[in-house]
Design a protein around this ligand. Structure first.
Ligand code: NAG
Ligand code: NAG
Ligand code: NAG
Ligand code: NAG
Ligand code: NAG
Ligand code: NAG
Length: 358
């Protein structure tokens, strides 16, 4: 998320196979006024949150999550990736310290290697980092596999600026300069039945359509509102009722073009800001997140037009407003919860209470 607005003007499961559509949330802590980890974990429980994603692998938080029925995604920081990619010993050490020290008491289910590493590749160092992601994923996986652990999936969250085109969805394609990185990543994710994690923000696409184009995207379409004008993709004939499905399916088609048509999708971040630029207000944020939860929690699963019925693990962005984030005001107003623990607006997470499939 950090880069979404910085990059503003450049577009932008699970034990042995069983997946659930529990609602997940991103717990970032770049705020000076946030509740303690202990209070935060209690809040997650009070809210019936089924999954939490951390941008690190903080020991205190992982300890506090021990024994809780909350599945956890932990993150290898970008600046740890190249070391791990180059050295199995460092990978072993990372896994011992951050996974084995807490698992299985803490339900670690996802290890995410890096955050948006294919975004803004401008320098040779950026390119090296992007190239090191897959080797780092392999090394982490080696260590985890050697321990006989089978219910942790490993992947890397990528931002939608990896896309060259997203519209119509059937025309989705990755940027040419990252295709050589994408092919081996997809081969690996497919081979390990892991997820392709995407940070997907209909808000940003909608906002940009307002700024750039008077024939803007309909707000209701971006908010997952029912009863909108539908869009039929001329190539695939698929009917779209919302922008999120269009964006996700553009990724599905981009993968298909590279020969990988059944890599599973997960949404590592999505949400709607409640304050800031145009369209960022509590009413819209509540509508988006409640519609999102209703869609994700539906039984049987809805999926997308190109992936009907697929369960898409999703992490809402974010638990809190983070007042130490850079960028426009909007960047600091994605939270569901105020610093005092009260809701910023009403979100009915219990609509997405854990439902196990398989
Ligand atoms: C969670 O709920 C309990 C029981 O209702 C309450 O005592 C506690 O203050 C709540 N914790 C937070 C952090 O909201
Ligand atoms: C599909 O995307 C390409 C660029 O990748 C663009 O040139 C072309 O016009 C698009 N086709 C349609 C039907 O929009
Ligand atoms: C993806 O994985 C499936 C199942 O393991 C396999 O049958 C298929 O050949 C793989 N696809 C590619 C393009 O390698
Ligand atoms: C912008 O609007 C024009 C029509 O005015 C439309 O043809 C074009 O596809 C739009 N572009 C985007 C990116 O929405
Ligand atoms: C859009 O599609 C949905 C589902 O296919 C349908 O229920 C709805 O009536 C359609 N909306 C319009 C305005 O045609
Ligand atoms: C929350 O969702 C549940 C399940 O769909 C529903 O029973 C309940 O009435 C909802 N609560 C509110 C306040 O909307």
């Amino acid at each position: 998320m950090a880069l979404i607005f910085l990059c503003f003007f450049c577009f932008i499961a699970v034990s042995s196979g069983a997946v659930s559509n529990r609602i997940g949330i991103n717990y970032g802590h770049l705020g000076s006024n946030l509740p303690s980890p202990a209070q935060s974990i209690q809040l997650l429980q009070n809210m019936s949150i089924g999954r939490v994603k951390l941008y690190d692998a903080d020991h205190e938080t992982l300890n506090l999550l021990s024994g809780k029925d909350i599945e956890v995604a932990i993150t290898v920081a970008n600046d740890e990736i190249s070391g791990i990619a180059a050295n199995q010993h460092l990978a072993d050490q990372w896994v011992y310290e951050h996974v084995l020290a807490h698992y299985p008491g803490t339900k670690i289910r996802f290890v995410l290697v890096g955050n948006e590493v294919f975004t803004s590749i401008n320098t040779p160092e950026d390119m090296q980092l992007a190239r090191d992601v897959l080797p780092a994923i392999r090394r982490i996986k080696n260590t985890i596999k050697a321990q006989g652990i089978r219910n942790i999936k490993i992947g890397t969250p990528l931002a939608m600026d990896m896309m060259e085109t997203t519209f119509p969805p059937s025309n989705g394609s990755f940027k040419p300069e990252i295709r050589e990185l994408m092919v081996p990543l997809l081969r690996y994710l497919n081979g390990t039945r892991s997820y392709f994690f995407v940070d997907v923000y209909p808000y940003v696409t909608w906002f940009e359509s307002q700024v750039w184009n008077q024939t803007a995207i309909n707000l209701g379409f971006a908010l997952l509102r029912t009863g909108n004008e539908n869009y039929t993709d001329p190539q695939s004939g698929l009917v779209y009722t919302n922008l999120l499905d269009q964006m996700l399916d553009s990724v599905v088609y981009a993968m298909t073009k590279l020969g990988y048509d059944d890599v599973l999708l997960a949404i590592s971040e999505t949400g709607w800001p409640h304050e800031g630029e145009s369209g960022a207000n509590r009413e819209n944020a509540a509508e988006y997140n409640n519609n999102l939860i209703r869609k994700l929690a539906a039984v049987p699963s809805i999926g997308t037009p190109a992936r009907p019925g697929e369960v898409i693990p999703t992490f809402i962005y974010a638990l809190y407003d983070e007042n130490q984030k850079y960028g426009p005001n909007t960047e600091r107003h994605w939270g569901l919860i105020n610093p005092d623990g009260s809701p910023v607006y009403e979100v009915n997470i219990t609509a997405g209470i854990p439902h196990m499939r398989d």
